[in-house]
Each structure stands twice: as structure tokens, then as C-alpha cells.
Write a protein that binds this ligand. Sequence first.
Ligand SMILES: [Zn+2]
Length: 304
Amino acid sequence: MAKNENGERADDRQIGHATVLGGVRGGKYPHGNSLLVEGSEESLIIDPSLSLIGRPPFVPAVDRVINSHCHEDHIAGNHLFLDSPWHMHALDRSGLDSLEGMLEIYGYAGPSADYFRKALVDDFHYTPRPDAIAFSDGEVFDLGGVTVRVIHAPGHTRGHCCLAIEPDGVLYLGDIELTSFGPYYGDAWSSLADFERTLAAVRKLEASRYATFHHIGVLDSRDAFVDRLDRFTAVIGSREQRLLEFLREPHTLEEIVAHRFVYRPGDAVAFADSVERRSMTQHLARLVTAGRVAEVAPETWVAR
Ligand SMILES: [Zn+2]
């Protein structure tokens, strides 16, 4: 561990042409572990994090910035690379146009939107970049002796992507973060159904190392990855099961939100209500479609 002005920073780790730039607190939110990839012709950085600010001894110069998706913690260090082009999937790219474009991804309203607009600028150094370049699934960045290939993996956001680094066998998973919290699909631009398809698809991807942005960091074997991924995926079913149990008695959406299925009751999380509402509305909708939950009065549901 090395000292950074923000606190303890995890050591860097080199894997072939890729270097995991260790984040503060191991990359726990709002920090993260960025990935530097260096070829013989070009270099690029994936998801420049808050931990790069004030980083000793240097912030590497790069030819390109690649973002796995448009969330505040993944673009917080983009402003350190103003002379390089920024790249993001076409479905998230509008978040770099303007603050308002960024806010659409989350879907917060009223005072929450005002609070978050300020946090994006003050805490996450939001910098508009209307000339950011859109990429799509399958696109390859050839850096000379090493390539970075885009794998569209939506659900967390519409444009969320994984990145495969070859020949080093590194699969960068972005916010398929494999923590015990489970998958996050609580924003306006999140989709539970897409996330489940993505989890099934990603499970088939062969790599020798699997890198996450947050504190799980790098997993060194496919077995370790599959084990973590399965437990991560199971959190979705566990949220749904707890919802069904809660709905043995009729409840309104606001009671479901207050009960807390994504966060723990009492967790002091800004926007928790919004995230619970968006997440559990998606569970409710599919349980209604499956005939397992019925709306017995306006905005009031019960399991059957
Ligand atoms: Zn994210």
C-alpha cells in the first residue's frame, strides 16, 4: 500500500501489457482500479478513477481514454486527459455531452437531481466532452502487439461494456463488480432483464484474469470468477424471493421502497429510495407478468 493524499492506495499490478492502477481503499466506491494498457504504438486508460488525482509519482500520458460506461466514478479522472480523445459506447455517450445528459442516465428528480448535479461537478470533476467518440460491440483498439476489444454488456447502464485485452487474456468487467452487494440496476437507464442476459453471456467468456473496477480487484482463475459470478447473480433471486415473502400481505410500492430490498434498512445511502423504486419496480413487473403477484388495489400488490 502507498499513501495518496486521499488515503491508502493499493499497489499497482502488471499483467502483460495491462497495469491495474491500484485505487484508494482497494477501489471501494467512490474510488476504483483503473486499467492502463500499453502497446508498441499507442496506450490507453480504461475508466480513469478518482484515485488517479494526486497520484504519485505520475499520471501516465495516454493516447486514448476508454470508459466502460457513463457513471460518475468511472469518469472522475477523465479530466486529467483533456488532450486525448475519449471513447464510450454509443448508448451511454450522450452522458458526456452535458450535465443534463449525464443526469438523464440516473433519472433523479427534484432536490435529488440538484444535489447530484452539484456532486458530479464538485466531487467527480464532471467535464463535458461533446466530441467524445462512440464505439460499438466488437470494435477493436489495436495498440501494437496488444488489442482491446469491446464487448457490449448492458443492464447496469444501456451502454455498459466489458473489454477483452489480448494476448494477455485479461477480461475487464467494469461494474459487473462481483461484490456481495450484487448487481446494480437501479438507474433510469438500468435494466434487470438486460443485466441477467449479460450475466449469462459473460459467464461463457474465457480469460485467464478477470478484473473489476471496485474492491474485488483481479481474479486469477476462471474457477474463482465463475464462483463469484454465480454468487453475484444469485443476489437477484434473493431480492425477488424476499419481495415475494413481503407480499404475502398486500403492500404499496412506497412500502416496498421503505422496506429495503437492495440496501439494508438503515444504510445511509443518498438516492436509496430512488434506487429501491427503480429496482423493485422491475421485479414487480415481471412477477405480475408471470402471474405470481397481482395488483389488488391501485398501486398495491400481493403475492398469489
Ligand atoms: Zn456504474
